[in-house]
Ligand binder design. Structure first.
Ligand SMILES: Nc1ncnc2c1ncn2[C@@H]1O[C@H](COP(=O)(O)OP(=O)(O)OP(=O)(O)O)[C@@H](O)[C@H]1O
Length: 252
């Protein structure tokens, strides 16, 4: 059965993603503790917090890799809490991983094509068209015949983005995509992300590179001790005293 994607109209009504009372415990460890969060369609939401705060677990629960211990996840007005990963992917939830792990012996083009074919169930022709489009968008077109194992870190990050985009997401979960890049490399990635925002993409972005979020994010939320302790505009959140105490310190 073909999964119906959320309509643009539903997305425009308000939040594309809505988390209500979302929890995840590992034994006695409360990694996510009754999280409530709404992500308006078309916005970039940065997620920050100290190491081990539960940010990647949050993505794993949203993407369907890890089931929640409680609470609900709505995407485009539809309850996806119990839906499997592949179904969420076809509904429009795309994701990049903190550590890029492409098929290193396959070319850049083959990696993107494989993601589109398996992730969103496109026909070979449509997946091929989509792959061309995202290779252009991510600046990888001239690398298309290279084995992924030969890419630089920046190009691996671009490929990570291209694979996620190859699945035609309406929302992207970016997991530390700017990590390890030089300032110049980070800027070229930001240009791609800004182009995505201009196209209407909704982005939830875990990042320790605060400079990147300061430039690109519309909103920032802070995860600490399993709870969201602050959510708002970057200029407000980044000067919040509690946020500075628990995460930013004097270094950002
Ligand atoms: N499958 C699991 N089983 C047990 N504990 C887990 C599991 N996955 C994550 N945890 C624990 O949950 C906590 C949060 O981990 P998570 O990777 O989500 O943090 P994070 O905020 O993404 O950290 P970082 O910024 O270092 O990537 C950690 O204490 C981690 O050890």
């Amino acid at each position: 059965m073909r999964t119906t994607r959320v309509s643009a109209a539903a997305a425009e009504e308000g939040s594309l993603l809505r988390l209500s009372g979302l929890s995840r415990h590992f034994g006695a460890l409360r990694v996510l503790d009754r999280i409530d969060l709404s992500v308006p369609a078309g916005t970039i939401l940065g997620v920050i917090g100290p190491n081990g705060a539960g940010k990647t677990t949050l993505f794993n629960v949203i993407a369907g890799v890890v089931p929640p211990s409680g609470g609900t996840i709505e995407f485009g007005g539809r309850d996806v809490t119990r839906k499997p990963v592949w179904d969420r992917c076809r509904l429009g939830i795309g994701r990049t991983y903190q550590v890029p792990k492409p098929f290193s012996h396959m070319t850049v083009h083959e990696n993107v094509l494989a993601a589109g074919l398996h992730g969103s169930g496109l026909s070979m022709r449509r997946a091929g068209e989509k792959a061309e489009e995202v290779l252009e968008l991510t600046g990888l077109a001239h690398r298309r015949h290279l084995p992924a194992g030969e890419l630089s870190l920046l190009d691996l990050k671009r490929l990570e983005l291209a694979k996620a985009l190859g699945c035609r997401p309406q929302m992207l979960l970016l997991d530390e995509i700017a990590g390890g890049l030089t300032d110049g490399e980070c800027d070229s990635l930001l240009k791609i992300i800004e182009r995505l925002r201009a196209s209407g993409m909704t982005i939830v972005w875990i990042e320790h590179v605060i400079r990147a979020l300061r430039r690109a994010a519309d909103l920032i939320t802070v995860l600490y001790g399993g709870e969201l302790i602050a959510t708002g505009r970057p200029d407000d959140v980044l000067v919040d005293q509690r946020v500075r105490d628990v995460y930013l310190g004097g270094g950002h």
